[in-house]
Design a protein around this ligand. Sequence first.
Ligand code: ZN
Length: 138
Amino acid sequence: MNFRQRLAQFMYGRNGYDAFSQFLLLCCVALLVLGMLFSRVPVLAMLFQLAEWAALIYCVFRTFSRNVVRRQQENAWYYQKRQRFLNWCRSLKDRWQQRKDYKFFRCPSCHALLRVPRGKGKLLLTCRKCGNRFERKS
Ligand SMILES: [Zn+2]
């Protein structure tokens, strides 16, 4: 039996390397760089190193774990958070591109984002999500 077959046999029934593990490894690299940048502040450098080791150990644990169902749940949770973050980034980008034509407001009661055309004076806005009415200058 060669090395590849042994490795495949060893990894059988284990979670393996998934997107969340990849993210954890990326965090390790980021923490390593931060630790180097703050090497003159021993307390911070030690904290970054501790966090780096924790992320690395968790990544290795996840990769070799036999509790695949739990690890897949964690991976799904990660994908959900990642998607929310990407949507937020896209929303920021859209708002930046439309900033000259529209003004954006948050509903005071439900925090939904409202978009109104600029230069229309004082407007009475009605939230589409909760129906709350409030006045803003556009
Ligand atoms: Zn609202």
